[in-house]
Design a protein around this ligand. Structure first.
Ligand code: PMP
Length: 273
């Protein structure tokens, strides 16, 4: 399976970026993870729109989305998989040491890996620190995931598979690699973008396809929610069975199960060959 880099396909062993790439030295880059089902990319246009928005937010030159599409198609054709995950990485390019990107030409890498079907119901914990909902990079899908990586390691040590962030105002925000939905008094709710969460594409689709509503929620809602689920490209809708040690019996509950059903029914229509 080859990787797209420097405008063409290369064997994985020779697909290398410079050690001076700003993506490596200072985390100056953006990325997307796209699910590929039987050779067709799911919601690719939405992912490319977000890639462009994130790049613009970092002040990177606009990515050539036709090239990104070509790269995705070439990589998928090169290594067909029943269920795959494309990783698109677009960085500040080879730059002088330090934070100044200068006039570097961006680096584009597209790689394909295997994906797994929807994971089983899981345990989550709250993250031990807050997400800054007012940072310059909030809402951008950047390659600076150190905070998420450390929070996820915390979750793993606690026997959970995801950590949920509150923001600096004490409101529910998102997971380290997922958005979060809660059921409260039978209503399906998810934090608004102003909470500092990523504009998750799965979140958007669940909002469009179910009666879910955006709601500014205190972090403590996790102590009362009747149901909780996570959304992300690789999970689609994943039920939560344990929040900070509190059991949510019968997960997936009825609202979560319905969201999964709706997702399964509707998602076939958004595949991009
Ligand atoms: N929040 C964060 C921090 C993420 O990394 C992800 C995964 N991309 C999501 C939310 C979910 O986004 P999506 O549904 O677009 O995969």
């Amino acid at each position: 399976m080859r990787i797209w880099i420097d405008g063409g396909l290369r064997d994985a062993g020779s697909a290398t970026v410079s050690v001076l790439d700003h993506g490596l030295t200072v985390g100056d880059g953006v990325f997307e993870t796209v699910k590929v089902v039987q050779g067709a990319a799911f919601a690719l246009t939405r992912h490319l729109d977000r890639l462009a928005r994130s790049a613009s937010g970092l002040g990177l030159p606009a990515p050539d989305l036709d090239e990104v599409r070509r790269a995705c198609a070439a990589v998928v054709e090169d290594g067909p998989l029943p269920l795959g995950r494309l990783r698109i990485t677009y960085t500040g390019g080879v730059s002088p040491l330090g934070s100044d990107r200068g006039d570097a030409a961006p680096t584009l890498v597209v790689a394909l890996g295997e994906a797994a079907p929807r994971p089983a119901a899981t345990a989550v914990v709250t993250a031990p620190w807050a997400r800054n909902e007012k940072s310059a990079v909030t809402g951008l899908k950047t390659t600076s995931y150190a905070e998420n990586v450390v929070a996820l390691a915390h979750a793993r040590r606690a026997g959970a598979s995801e950590a949920l962030f509150g923001n600096t105002a004490g409101r529910l925000c998102e997971g380290t690699g997922s958005n979060v939905f809660v059921v409260l008094d039978g209503r399906l709710l998810t934090p608004p973008l102003a909470s500092g969460c990523l504009a998750g594409i799965t979140r958007e689709l669940v909002l469009e396809w179910t009666g879910a509503q955006e709601a500014d929620l205190p972090l403590e809602v996790l102590e009362q929610a009747e149901e909780v689920f996570l959304t992300s490209t690789l999970r689609d809708v994943q039920a939560v069975r344990l929040v900070d040690g509190r059991e949510l019996p019968g997960a997936p509950g009825p609202v979560t199960a319905k969201a999964m059903r709706v997702f399964d029914e509707r998602s076939g229509a958004d595949l991009d060959p």
